[in-house]
Design a binder for this molecule. Structure first.
Ligand code: G3P
Length: 478
C-alpha cells in the first residue's frame, strides 16, 4: 500500500525528512516487499547526540534494573516471534521454521546476557601495592568495569534479528547506548525487534535505529565522532570500516571459508549429515557454513556418494513452504555464485548434480575434484554450492585451510581424538569443531575469526567484556 516503515529515534517512530525511501526486494518474488526510510546525515547526528546523553543516565541505572528490562524485552521478543519470522521469510527468504528459531534464539540470548551481565559486572577486583617490588602496603586499588559509551551495531542480512541482539544486549547490560543500522534486507524484521525493546520501556534515546543507503549514511555512521565502539558482522565492508574507524574498539566478524577435513577413519554417515547441515542450511548463507570439503582420497568416492544421496533429498523452493533450499538474498548474489560455478566448469570440476537456477533460486550443487586453481577453492559463494578437494595427506588439508585469507572456523572428522586435537592446533582458525559442522552457537561460546575473518571475540561473555573498559580507583594510605 506504499507505506514506508518509520525509523526509531528519541523513543519515537519517525519519517525521514529526506522524503526518500529504500525498497526491500523479496528474494523469492523479486518484487518490492517493503520500504524503509532513507535517513540522512542530519538524522544520524541527532541519534548520536541523544545516544550520548541517554547513555550517561543509563550508566547510573542499577545493574539489576538494566537486567530486568532486558528480561522483559526478551519475553516480548518471543511473544512477537510469528510476525518477526514472517518478515524474515519475506525479506531474506529464510525458511519458515528457521525464521522462528532465529527469533526464539534471540530472546534466549537477551535473557542470557542479562543473567551473565549481572555476574560479570557485579564483580570487581581489589589489589594491594606491596606485591610489586619496592612497595609497602600503602595503596589499595579498586577496579570495576565501566561502559564504553555509544555502540554502533551493524548486523548482516543473514541474521538481522539474532546478530543485532547479540550486539544490543551485551551493550545495554554493560551500560552503553545503541545506534543500530540494520541491513537493507532484514531491516523490517530488525525494526520489529526494536519495537519489542520499545515496548519493554527502555529510556528514550538509549536505542536508536536508522535505516537507509550505505552510500548516504554508511561512512558517516562508522566515522562519526560520537561512536565509541563498532560491532559489525558482514563482508568485505568490515575491512574498509576497520581502516577508516577512529581510535575505538572494534568487534568484527567478516566471513570465512570453513574447511571440513575428513580422515580415513571418519564415520562417513556422520560426515555426510554434517556436510548437508553445515554446507546447505539457509542455502549456505552463513559465515560458519562448511565452504570446502578436504577429504582423503581413499574415502572420497564413498563420501561423495553419501552426500549426493542426501543432496537429492533436499527440498528446493519457497521459504514459506519451509524448503531446505530457498532463493539467495539478491540477484547480484546469485550472479556471483553463478560466476564461481562457471569458472569451476571451465576448469573441469566434476558436477555431481546439474547446475540449475531460476531467478535467485539456485539448486544445491556439489562440485567434486575441485583444484586450487579454481576460484571456488578459495572464495566464499554464500550460496548452496560446495566444493570437494581430494587430499592425499592430512598435511595437504591443513595446508589448504591455512593458505586461506580467512580463518573463522573449521572442522575435522576422525575417531582418533589425539589426531583431532593436533589437527585443531594446526588449523589457523578461531574455532575447530571435532566431529561436527562449524557453528557459532551455543551463543555463550567464544566466537572469533583470525586473519580476514575478524577482530576480537564474540559470544555473550566476551561481548559484555569487550563493551566495557576497566576503571580503577587507588586509595593512598598515609
Ligand atoms: O553468518 C553468521 C554467523 O555468525 C553464523 O552463525 O549460528 O549460523 O553458526 P551460525
Amino acid at each position: 500500500d506504499g507505506e514506508v516503515y518509520k525509523y526509531y529515534s528519541e523513543g519515537e517512530w519517525k519519517k525521514s525528512s529526506s522524503g526518500k525511501s529504500v525498497a526491500i526486494i523479496n528474494p523469492t518474488t523479486r518484487k518490492t516487499q517493503y520500504r524503509v526510510q532513507a535517513c540522512n546525515q542530519e538524522e544520524v547526528n541527532k541519534v548520536m547526540e541523544i545516544a550520548k546523553s541517554a547513555q550517561k543516565l543509563w550508566a547510573k541505572t542499577p545493574l539489576w534494573k538494566r537486567a530486568e528490562l532486558l528480561h522483559k524485552a526478551a519475553a516480548i521478543l518471543k511473544e512477537h516471534k510469528a510476525p518477526i519470522a514472517e518478515c524474515l521469510v519475506k525479506e531474506i527468504a529464510k525458511p519458515a521454521k528457521d525464521a522462528v528459531t532465529e527469533v526464539v534464539r534471540s530472546g534466549d540470548l537477551v535473557s542470557y546476557c542479562a543473567e551473565e551481565g549481572v555476574r560479570i559486572l557485579g564483580e570487581g577486583k581489589f589489589l594491594v601495592s606491596d606485591s610489586f617490588p619496592g612497595n609497602e602496603r600503602t595503596k589499595y586499588c579498586l577496579t570495576s568495569k565501566i561502559p564504553l559509551g555509544v555502540i554502533l551495531a551493524i548486523p548482516p542480512f543473514n541474521y538481522p534479528v539474532n546478530l543485532a541482539v547479540s550486539k544490543i544486549a551485551p551493550a545495554l547490560i554493560a551500560g552503553n547506548s545503541i545506534v543500530l543500522k540494520p541491513p537493507t534486507q532484514g531491516a523490517v524484521a530488525a525494526l520489529h525487534m526494536v519495537h519489542c525493546f520499545h515496548l519493554a520501556g527502555f529510556p528514550k534515546g538509549l536505542i536508536s535505529c536508522v535505516t537507509g543507503k550505505g552510500s548516504e549514511i554508511g561512512d558517516f555512521l562508522t566515522m562519526h565522532p560520537g561512536v565509541d565502539c563498532i560491532s559489525f558482522t558482514g563482508g568485505d565492508t568490515g575491512v574498509a570500516i576497520s581502516k577508516k574507524a577512529g581510535m575505538i574498539p572494534l568487534q568484527m566478524e567478516l566471513g570465512g571459508k570453513d574447511a571440513c577435513i575428513v580422515l580415513e577413519d571418519a564415520d562417513l554417515d556422520l560426515v555426510a549429515a554434517n556436510i548437508i547441515k553445515g554446507g546447505f542450511s539457509y542455502s549456505g548463507q552463513r559465515c560458519t557454513a562448511v565452504k570446502v570439503v578436504l577429504v582423503m582420497e581413499s574415502v572420497a568416492d564413498a563420501l561423495v556418494e553419501k552426500v549426493k544421496a542426501r543432496v537429492a533429498k533436499l527440498t528446493v523452493g519457497a521459504p514459506e513452504d519451509d524448503s531446505d533450499i530457498t532463493p539467495v538474498v539478491t540477484e547480484s548474489s546469485a550472479n556471483f555464485i553463478e560466476g564461481l560455478v562457471m569458472d569451476a566448469k571451465e576448469k573441469d570440476a566434476t558436477f555431481c548434480q546439474e547446475y540449475k537456477r531460476e531467478g535467485n533460486l539456485i539448486w544445491p550443487l556439489l562440485l567434486d575434484n575441485v583444484r586450487p586453481d579454481m576460484r571456488i577453492a578459495w572464495e566464499e559463494p554464500f550460496g548452496p554450492v560446495l566444493p570437494v578437494i581430494r587430499i592425499n595427506s592430512v598435511e595437504e588439508g591443513i595446508h589448504h585451510c591455512n593458505a586461506s585469507n580467512f580463518g573463522l572456523q573449521g572442522c575435522v572428522f576422525t575417531k582418533d581424538i589425539n589426531k583431532a586435537i593436533l589437527i585443531s592446533d594446526a588449523m589457523e582458525t578461531g574455532t575447530v569443531q571435532i566431529n561436527s559442522a562449524p557453528a557459532r552457537g551455543p551463543d555463550h561460546f567464544p566466537f572469533q575469526g583470525i586473519k580476514d575473518s575478524g577482530i576480537g571475540s564474540q559470544g555473550v561473555t566476551n561481548s559484555i567484556n569487550m563493551m566495557t573498559k576497566v576503571k580503577t580507583t587507588v586509595i593512598n594510605l598515609p
